[in-house]
Design a protein around this ligand. Sequence first.
Ligand SMILES: Cc1cc2ncn([C@H]3O[C@H](COP(=O)(O)O)[C@@H](O)[C@H]3O)c2cc1C
Ligand SMILES: O=C(O)c1cccnc1
Length: 348
Amino acid sequence: MLTSTLSAITPLDAAFLASIQARLDNKTKPLGSLGRLEEFACRICAIHGSDTPDLAKKVIFTFAADHGITEEGVSLYPREVTAQMVLNFLRGGAGVNVLARHAGAEVRVVDVGVDHDFGDCPGLIHAKVARGTRNFARGPAMTRDELAAALVVGIRLADQCKAEGIGLVGTGEMGIGNTSPSSAIIAAIGGFTPEQVTHRGTGIGDEALRVKITAIGNGLELNRPDPADPLEVLQKVGGLEIAAIAGLVLGCAANRIPVIADGFISTAGALIASELTPHVKEYLFAAHESVEVGHRFMLERIGIRPILNLDLRLGEGTGGALAMPLLEAGVKILAEMATFEQAGVTGH
Ligand SMILES: Cc1cc2ncn([C@H]3O[C@H](COP(=O)(O)O)[C@@H](O)[C@H]3O)c2cc1C
Ligand SMILES: O=C(O)c1cccnc1
């Protein structure tokens, strides 16, 4: 499944991109003056293969999972908060719910690895692979089979989006402790020390930060993931929700759906996807630059520029929700703005 998904990810059509830019250049404005909105319009049209892309249906996927590394004391909050927040998402009371409503997007909550039995739980997408990862400071976070299962969760959800005519997707996550695997992933892939890419997550103090850096360092030393093998990195020091996000990003690119990565943890998933095939980044938007210090290195490694910089450090998909209206604004410029000829305005 992964092989067929990867082979379906092809570069965007350069001639089509240029034709959209040429139309933007005829709008009543100095050349290039709508800056990155023009890039959004070009890329979204090229991804959809249409100059009238339909972005009416927008979905944010919030993948939830627990992390064995929490045993080391790397987060300010207890791991039960992951399951408690899942119920909060389903009731519509979390940050991502508010901002998704603001953007006109739907939030879909996916249990890919929470250490809790939710029972029936209407509204929840049940895709539990395991009740959390193992502590990567003591051994591999997951098995090869668990990794494959979590990737497939994301790929299948992207396929379903295509069938439903969803025009824009955002990634999100909830998992106490998940800034630690995210730091480990960028450290392993980018060749950084844990000190360079580890930060305060939910807001830990100096002492806990030292503990977190040590735990991540121990995990990298023990597991020794091959930096050239992104799936091995993900399996050994990653997370189930991060794997599902990697699968979702790959699946969106394969199905030609634009996908927005949220903050530090979501971008760790997007980074894995991008390391697997470089064309992923053509389908990918970075919602914002997080307060987490390692985020910049992930964005640089993928080669994408963040849209917003609002000092966010929440995750859940909140940044993606905020960026969605800007992507739509870019497309509206193309659809609704008058050309020099239509408006009788003199060009240069
Ligand atoms: C109430 C609450 C809601 C959240 N929503 C997202 N996160 C964020 O914080 C966690 C990562 O930080 P760390 O690695 O320090 O645990 C993740 O769950 C992330 O989504 C939350 C955290 C809390 C406490
Ligand atoms: O950048 C993020 O998304 C983030 C940062 C800290 C904690 N949770 C999420």
